[in-house]
Design a protein around this ligand. Structure first.
Ligand code: GTP
Length: 214
């Protein structure tokens, strides 16, 4: 049994559990945002994420206690095969670019396309333009971020993992957005759990066949 399955068996005091996934090019600050938001920690040193990882955070919205399970993905191309497997279990996505790196902004479109292909259309997303504390090195104007988010109908925030700018606001906004569509989230979850059960049945059948064979 893996950590998440174990975790789900422990009865906890929360009203809703939401899975969010953070995407974006390498070094835009995905892990830093997660560390700052969940632990109030920031590291100047870059350590690349290998594959995928997650952290938990509890927040209160409209008198409901929400458990956020936030997945941090590796931006490096070589880990994409691993991270892709997790797309369709996410309830919402945070797409991040770095305001000091134009290429990471140009690549937002590719991330949106991947989400649409792997998680389906209409899934809730938010766009963060990170490293707002490095405004003097800015390559992407705030207006451009706003325009792009508007095109996709996403909320938009400029954030900083260093000074915490807009992190509470941004995570609250994506959580509220997912919560507003909670019926489709629950239906998606039950579909995927039915699929899981069907797959387990198939595996059991095949194992029984093997045992009875010869
Ligand atoms: P991958 O693991 O390769 O996908 O990178 P990542 O997107 O998780 O980036 P990471 O959080 O590791 O940050 C990359 C570098 O940018 C690190 O040196 C961080 O200290 C720095 N950094 C991240 N966010 C900020 C920020 O908001 N402001 C500043 N000044 N630096 C930041």
């Amino acid at each position: 049994m893996n950590q998440i399955e174990e975790d789900e068996l422990i009865e906890e005091d929360y009203d809703e559990k939401i899975k969010l996934m953070i995407l974006g090019d390498s070094t835009v600050g995905k892990s830093s945002i997660l560390n700052k938001y969940c632990k109030n920690e920031f590291y100047e040193k870059y350590i690349s994420t290998i594959g995928i990882d997650f952290q938990m955070k509890y927040i209160n919205i409209n008198n409901k206690k929400i458990k956020l399970q936030i997945w941090d993905t590796a931006g490096q191309e070589r880990y994409r095969v691993v991270t892709k497997n997790y797309f369709n279990t996410s309830d919402g996505f945070i797409i991040i670019y770095d305001i000091t790196n134009r290429e990471s902004f140009n690549n937002v479109t590719n991330w949106v396309e991947q989400i649409t292909t792997l998680a389906g259309e209409g899934i809730k997303c938010i766009l963060f333009g990170n490293k707002s504390d490095l405004s003097s090195q800015r390559q992407v104007q705030k207006e451009e971020g706003k325009e792009l988010a508007k095109k996709y109908n996403f909320n938009f925030y400029e954030t900083s993992a260093k000074d915490g700018n807009n992190l509470e606001e941004g995570f609250k906004a994506i959580t509220m957005s997912v919560m507003s569509d909670i019926k489709s989230v629950i239906s998606k979850r039950s579909k995927s759990s039915i699929l899981k059960k069907q797959n387990n049945k198939k595996i059991n059948k095949n194992e029984n066949k093997k045992e009875n064979c010869c």
